[in-house]
Ligand binder design. Structure first.
Ligand SMILES: NCc1[nH]cc(CCC(=O)O)c1CC(=O)O
Length: 308
């Protein structure tokens, strides 16, 4: 009896859906993994899952959703860890790497409101609940008269709070809603020109021990090269900007054949200051394209912008 391949995941419904997608794709690529006990899904609680009363920016620190999974990889409690790439810190711990990116889901954000209002028709002073500074800043950029309040919890919890009247509107990544089959309650899908996504939004990344060639080989057929190029460009931008989760940064790259196009935006928390860059180039130069766009924005940011 060989050891089972252990997939480490968080326990949220979305994380579990992503872990199951990974398992299903592994079995499709390697039918022998369908045997009972060949793959085990192991659930870990991360710091981000415990902190529900503060926004993540307040909680501070990187890797709130990844640290415990990475510890499990390093101590052998898991062989691969499935992450929303959006939650993966810019710099990887020594000895670990993202070896695989699954095909990316829709990158847009979904808007939910009571009464069917869109971002433009919400009455002045309406309360928008959102956990992230990126969404806060872009909502305020468009509607400085709205009130943004911190809002945490998993997708189901947030929708329940909206229904209960705790807030008038909220936003969630369409990717997660699709993966959970929860798209029916969406009021409007926001296009990229009104809400640019987070770096790597909608992408699932699989992390392994760098020395684990066996797991790397099993995962190789699951990798989506187009998603990998796009995520590489967006994460290179983040690395150049030294992005912490305290700064609203939005970015999206698209591919047209081998041509990669990157749009990036850095905002002040109140949405009053907006800095943008755009770059195009060969997909093979994804990292340089991202770094270059990041450098352009960095050069025009006021001193201490990231500390404010
Ligand atoms: N930190 C929360 C988080 N991480 C990834 C997703 C959604 C799925 C994705 O972007 O891949 C979400 C929820 C949300 O932003 O609505």
């Amino acid at each position: 009896m060989t050891q089972p391949l252990r997939i480490g995941t968080r326990g949220s419904p979305l994380a579990l859906a992503q872990a199951h997608e990974t398992r299903d794709r592994l079995i499709a690529a390697h039918p022998h993994l369908a045997a009972p006990g060949a793959i085990e899904i192991v659930v870990f609680k991360t710091t981000g899952d415990r902190i529900l009363d503060r926004t993540l920016a307040e909680a501070g620190g990187k890797g709130l959703f990844t640290k415990e999974l990475e510890d499990a990889l390093l101590d052998g409690g898991a062989d691969l860890a499935v992450h929303s790439m959006k939650d993966v810190p810019t710099w990887m711990p020594e000895g670990l790497e993202i070896s695989t990116l699954l095909p990316r889901e829709d990158t847009r954000d979904a808007f939910f409101s009571r009464g069917g209002h869109t971002v433009d028709t919400l009455p002045a002073g309406s309360v928008v609940g959102t956990a992230g500074l990126r969404r806060q800043a872009q909502i305020l950029e468009r509607r400085p008269d709205l009130k943004v309040v911190p809002f945490r919890g998993n997708v189901q919890t947030r929708l329940a709070k909206l229904e209960a009247g705790e807030v008038d509107a909220t936003l969630l990544a369409l990717a997660g809603l699709r993966r959970l089959g929860l798209t029916d309650r969406i009021t409007a899908v926001l296009e990229h020109d009104e809400m640019l996504p987070a770096v790597a939004q909608g992408a699932i990344g699989i992390e392994i021990r760098s020395a684990d060639d066996a797991t790397r080989a099993l995962l190789a057929p699951l990798n989506c090269a187009a998603t990998a190029a796009r995520v590489t460009a967006e994460r290179a931008l983040l690395a150049m900007l030294d992005g912490s989760c305290r700064t609203p940064i939005a970015a999206l790259s698209t591919l047209d054949g081998d041509r990669l196009h990157l749009k990036a935006k850095v905002l002040s928390n109140d949405g009053r200051q907006v800095f943008r860059a755009e770059r195009s180039g060969n997909a093979g130069d994804a990292a340089a394209i991202g770094a270059d766009a990041g450098a352009e924005i960095k050069a025009v940011l006021p001193p201490d912008f990231f500390k404010s």
